[in-house]
Ligand binder design. Structure first.
Ligand SMILES: Nc1nc2c(c(=O)[nH]1)N[C@H]1C(S)=C(S)[C@@H](COP(=O)(O)OP(=O)(O)OC[C@H]3O[C@@H](n4cnc5c(=O)[nH]c(N)nc54)[C@H](O)[C@@H]3O)O[C@H]1N2
Ligand SMILES: Nc1nc2c(c(=O)[nH]1)N[C@H]1C(S)=C(S)[C@@H](COP(=O)(O)OP(=O)(O)OC[C@H]3O[C@@H](n4cnc5c(=O)[nH]c(N)nc54)[C@H](O)[C@@H]3O)O[C@H]1N2
Ligand SMILES: [Mo]
Length: 759
């Protein structure tokens, strides 16, 4: 792999031969021989495992392998030949591990044994599983209040593990369930539940085959959902319009060479993706969508027949208030806030009006902003204006991240559980679940910082690196009495730990999960509500590994003992038994085992897609939001920039696969900041110079990161982009999306200063 630090413009398409070459590099780096290819071929096959990459659904009737570069990297990262054994931990103190990069930590390979932190030697030492569970149970049972414990979940956790986990934790007595969703699509669920009564997207892959226009807001599918490019290419080829909104020019939204297309690969050809590309200002989407809606309303007034009046009359509420508010908002304000011209917005407004069926997709560029809920509300409004929800080829499509993040929420991993779920748990299991809401991710950090978290347990993920305000989070984690991480690989969260600490290594999705009832599969739910089975095929990375369901069940049995009538160990002997329990609690999972045995699984009922609106009014609700004025552009004589944090092409969230970001032309480094060339000149600096980045926030806390290389880039003036998680120290804990608490990691107010080396 390239380690030389370089910045070179990338003019090729997304995908293509370079994608294949990059996979080969990854396999080599993970020490995986060609046999690794067998593992890759089983991803997303009816009898194989669900790809641990993204939540984009599979075309399950495929008999050939659906090639996805970043899916292959995710699989290779798990199937790595490297091992972090007890001998490895004996060689390094935790202080030594703590100064290594995230890339280095994960690069040590798969964890092989349960490990316990030993303060005397500052090392992790092997511990027996039974002792580990007894230790956690002792801590939990000594708490004065169950709410002193916090239980985090990352979205790779299967339905089976998640179901057992929420049952155990609620029986233990708390709803403290922060999860990665709080940092991800929380706003999508909140806005959509309020407006259409369903917190999930309504579309399927079949709708993508029929849409006449697809609007994409704040998403980089070429890197994060590469299989989505296949759908977009096909849509483009049959004449659909694809309208992208992104402050950055992302290669995957421009051109794509499908590695499965032999002709295209042989001729070095590629296909265009977007028909329209709007490089709006960071955070300008609410204004942009309002502008499109304004055009729709004005055209209806001028020539009639533009709004779907029957749909609005029969199915919706709140139209007049929305129309009045939009009429009051002048174009000049929309132009200023979006950074786009009226003519541009009217042009894509015409695309919207001219399309019979429209899908709107969105990602983190929408959800990680202060006005996330309002912006998604505006997108839903736009769809409702022309009846684009609940019919073929149309609808909202929040594109989820982790492969089972949607399923975990379905299973009840939620700090604010609906009362109906708690009632059902009470009926089925005969205990009184806690009714008070628990903490979300930011709430969990606050509780830690205040010294009120005694036990922090994480089922997957990398809490220390993924969360905002790194200094606060780390101080909080270090105040916990006990931190426990169920993980496949060593990460930051294991070296920023509580007074006592455990690392519990688990099986990954790619591995055979052998239980007394035979090899087990688990189920996952993708971004389009398809539930299907995932069966591992590789031998476990170590004989000591336990599955996530087994870890949860043994912990529950050790902690609750006689207090629980749930037959924990019996349930994990055969996961079909867990699915029977899931079916008892969730009516939508009726006949679960039979339905999931069908190749490709089944789709969960989605009321909004059938135009059944489970809202307070029983109708789809238009929401009304004022377009916020752009903030100040200077701070104490310096340019005040808005920084967005994003993923490179070589990472999976906090897991760094390599130091390249091919489509953005970055090689061998991650400490870079993308900036408009004229902004560089205005600073009196040059491309390649290093800067320090400082957050502008009014709580007296100094938040800075140091030594980032300026990369001239096609990005609006006043906006910056840099990588996550390196920029998480800059995100203030208090800066969250209104109403949902998602850290605003796509709009951090910052100033730049020339880099000064620190002592
Ligand atoms: N290979 C790989 N796949 C992944 C992941 C990974 O890290 N690696 N992560 C998974 C997870 S958990 C998630 S949530 C998804 C994330 O997938 P994405 O939602 O694509 O997330 P980001 O990479 O953060 O990219 C956000 C995009 O939004 C744009 N953007 C930023 N601010 C704005 C704005 O104000 N307006 C608009 N319109 N655009 C904006 C950025 O330029 C960028 O193109 O991917 C999942 N899949
Ligand atoms: N600044 C900024 N911050 C962000 C974001 C951003 O765009 N910008 N994005 C946010 C988003 S969208 C998300 S989803 C979060 C992600 O937050 P998390 O989900 O907490 O983080 P990940 O990096 O996905 O977790 C990686 C770790 O999971 C463990 N792991 C991998 N596979 C398995 C498995 O099968 N089982 C178990 N138990 N462990 C496993 C490995 O040990 C690995 O180190 O980060 C958020 N933070
Ligand atoms: Mo995510």
């Amino acid at each position: 792999m390239t380690t030389e630090q370089k910045i070179t413009r990338y003019d090729g398409p997304a995908g293509g031969w370079r994608a294949l070459a990059s996979v080969k590099d990854t396999l080599l780096a993970q020490g995986i021989p060609v046999k690794g290819a067998k593992t890759l071929l089983s991803a997303n096959q009816p009898d194989g495992f669900d790809c641990p990459g993204c939540a984009w659904p599979d075309r399950n009737h495929h008999s050939t392998f659906e090639f996805c570069e970043n899916g292959a990297k995710a699989v290779a990262a798990e199937a790595t030949a490297r091992r972090a054994t007890p001998e490895f931990f004996a060689r390094h103190t935790v202080a030594e591990l703590a100064v290594q990069s995230d890339f280095w930590l994960e690069g040590q390979g798969r964890l092989t044994h349960p490990m316990r932190y030993d303060a005397a030697s500052d090392r992790y030492l092997a511990i027996a599983w039974d002792e580990a569970f007894a230790l956690i149970a002792r801590h939990l049972n000594a708490l004065a209040d169950p709410n002193e414990a916090i239980f985090y979940t990352s979205g790779r956790t299967s339905n089976e593990a998640a179901f057992l986990y929420q049952l155990f934790v609620r029986q233990f007595g708390t709803n403290n369930f922060p999860d990665c969703s709080n940092m991800c699509h929380e706003a999508s669920g909140a806005a959509m539940r309020a407006q259409v009564g369903t917190g999930k997207g309504t579309v399927t892959l079949q709708d993508f085959e029929r849409a006449d226009a697809i609007f994409i807001f704040g998403q980089n599918p070429g890197t994060n959902h590469p299989r989505m490019l296949g759908e977009l290419r096909a849509a483009h080829q049959r004449g659909a319009r694809i309208v992208s909104f992104n402050p950055l020019r992302e290669r995957g939204l421009e051109r794509f060479a499908d590695p499965q297309d032999k002709l295209q690969m042989a001729t070095l050809g590629s296909s265009p993706i977007s028909t329209h590309y709007l490089q709006l200002r960071v955070g300008g989407d609410l204004a942009a969508v309002t502008g499109i809606a304004k055009h729709v309303l004005e055209m209806h007034t001028q020539r009639g027949g533009v709004l779907h009046e029957d749909f609005i009359a029969q199915h919706t509420a709140g139209f007049d208030a929305l129309a009045a508010q939009i009429a009051r908002t002048p174009w000049a304000q929309l132009e200023e806030a979006s950074g786009l011209g009226e003519a541009q917005l009217r042009a894509v407004g015409d695309v919207y009006i001219g399309a019979e069926r429209v899908i709107a997709c969105w990602g983190m560029g929408i959800t990680q902003h202060r006005h996330a809920v309002a912006t998604i509300g505006a997108i839903v409004n736009l769809l409702l204006l022309r009846g684009n929800i609940g019919r073929e080829g149309a609808g909202p499509c929040p594109v989820r991240g982790h492969s089972n993040v949607q399923g975990d929420r379905t299973m009840g991993i939620w700090e604010a559980p609906p009362p109906a779920l708690l009632d059902r748990l009470q009926q089925v299991y005969g205990f009184a679940p806690p009714r008070a809401h628990g903490v979300d991710t930011v709430g969990a950090i606050r509780q830690m910082v205040d010294g009120r978290c005694k036990v922090f347990f994480a089922l997957g993920g990398n809490f220390a690196a993924a969360t905002p305000d790194t200094a606060a989070t780390w101080a909080g984690l270090r105040q916990c009495g006990l931190t426990v991480h169920v993980a496949t690989k060593l990460n930051r969260s294991h070296v920023v730990h509580g007074r006592e600490a455990l690392i519990l290594p688990c099986l990954g999705r790619t591995e055979i999960d052998m239980q007394p009832g035979g090899p087990q599969g688990v189920t996952v739910e993708d971004s389009m509500s398809m539930v299907h089975l995932s069966m591992g095929i590789n031998p476990p990375a170590s004989p000591e590994l336990l599955s996530e369901p087994a870890i949860v069940a043994r912990l529950a049995a050790a902690t609750l003992g006689e207090r629980s009538s749930v037959p924990w160990s019996w349930l994990v002997q055969d996961y079909a038994r867990i699915r029977d329990e899931i079916e008892k609690v969730f009516p939508d999972f009726a006949d679960f085992n039979a339905r999931v045995a069908v190749p490709g699984g089944f789709r969960l009922r989605n009321a909004a897609s059938q135009r059944q609106w489970a809202t307070a009014s029983g109708r789809a609700q238009f929401s009304v939001h004022a377009v916020p004025a752009p903030g100040p552009q200077r701070h104490e004589g310096r340019v005040l920039f808005t920084l967005l944090s994003t993923r490179s092409h070589d990472q999976y969230n906090t897991t760094i696969y390599g130091l390249n970001d091919r489509y953005r032309g970055v090689q061998g480094q991650r400490q870079v900041v993308f900036i408009h060339p004229e902004d560089i000149a205005a600073l009196g600096l040059a491309g390649g110079d290093r800067v320090d980045i400082h957050t502008v926030w009014d709580d007296g806390v100094q938040r800075s990161v140091h030594g980032f290389v300026l990369v001239p880039y096609d990005i609006p003036r006043g906006n910056l982009a840099a990588y996550y998680p390196e920029t998480n120290p800059l995100v203030p804990l208090d800066s969250v999306a209104e109403g949902v608490g998602t850290p605003t990691s796509k709009s951090i107010p910052v100033v730049l200063t020339p880099h000064t080396p620190r002592p």
